[in-house]
Design a protein around this ligand. Structure first.
Ligand code: ZN
Length: 261
């Protein structure tokens, strides 16, 4: 059985058939899905999704929505997040992080939101789901300063040294659609070499379509339904049996989320 460690089930791409997507995913062998909203305006929807489908749930403010052109976040949204977390007791905090790929990104605001959200995770003893794009070293700097219990570095795409630093801090690295492309040599090498205890699988649906769906530019919609098929391709790249890879990666998610208290 598989766990999708990173999925955006509330995305409008699923509005027409969300019930079917969830039931087909279950039937295909996906035992759990971590759903992540990225803006305070989306938290109520994520709560409804949690109640309807029983998915694992994160609350957090995505770096794209810290100062993005679509949904701007205000600093007082951090208070909203903290009260949601205290009241709703989510399974983790996310998706949070730093994105230095966004045109004209606002470094000051991104770092402020990221640090404040790490503090909430630390104070509430929750794991985090990290968005790390062109920002590995900056994210690591914050993680060394504000100690959280661990979590997932989603869609990891850093160097082997950076991967080792995340592992040292107790993080699992998330692999998905990108690693299904043979030309993604660096990601596939990481998938092969990182300790198995530090690997989780994800779809990031509706984004990051795997090779069998074509490219993102083709408009293909990724879905948790495809996780077992993606996972089988990743198991192959890891040179492991599909069953052993599914069991190990699912156990890693459960271990990261398990509460000691
Ligand atoms: Zn995401």
């Amino acid at each position: 059985m598989w766990i999708d460690s990173h999925c955006h089930l509330d995305a409008p791409e699923f509005d027409a058939d969300r019930d079917e997507v969830v039931s087909d995913s279950r039937a295909a062998g996906v035992e759990a899905i971590i759903n992540l909203p990225g803006h305070v305006d989306h938290f109520a929807q994520a709560k409804a999704t949690r109640e309807r489908y029983g998915c694992l749930t994160a609350y957090g403010i995505h770096p794209m929505w810290v100062a993005g052109p679509l949904l701007h976040s205000k600093r007082e949204d951090i208070n909203t997040l903290r009260s949601w977390v205290e009241r709703e007791k989510p399974d983790l905090i996310g998706e949070i992080g730093l994105d230095f790929f966004i045109p004209n990104f606002n470094l000051v605001e991104q770092e402020w939101f990221f640090a404040e959200q790490l503090k909430i995770a630390r104070d509430c003893n929750l794991a985090v789901s990290l968005h790390v794009r062109r920002s590995q070293d900056h994210v690591l700097k914050h993680l060394r300063r504000i100690k959280v219990r661990g979590g997932f570095a989603h869609a990891f795409n850093g160097s082997a040294q950076q991967a080792a630093e995340f592992v040292k801090l107790g993080f699992c690295l998330g692999f998905g659609g990108t690693a299904t492309f043979p030309q993604a040599r660096r990601v596939r090498a990481l998938l092969h070499d990182v300790p198995i205890e530090n690997i989780v699988v994800e779809t990031d649906a509706p984004d990051i379509p795997p090779s069998f769906l074509g490219t993102m530019a083709s408009g293909a919609r990724n879905s948790p339904v495809y996780l077992p098929r993606i996972g089988a391709m990743l198991a192959d790249a890891r040179a492991m049996s599909v069953d052993a890879f599914a069991a190990a990666t699912s156990a890693n998610v459960r271990r990261v989320l398990a509460r000691e208290n």
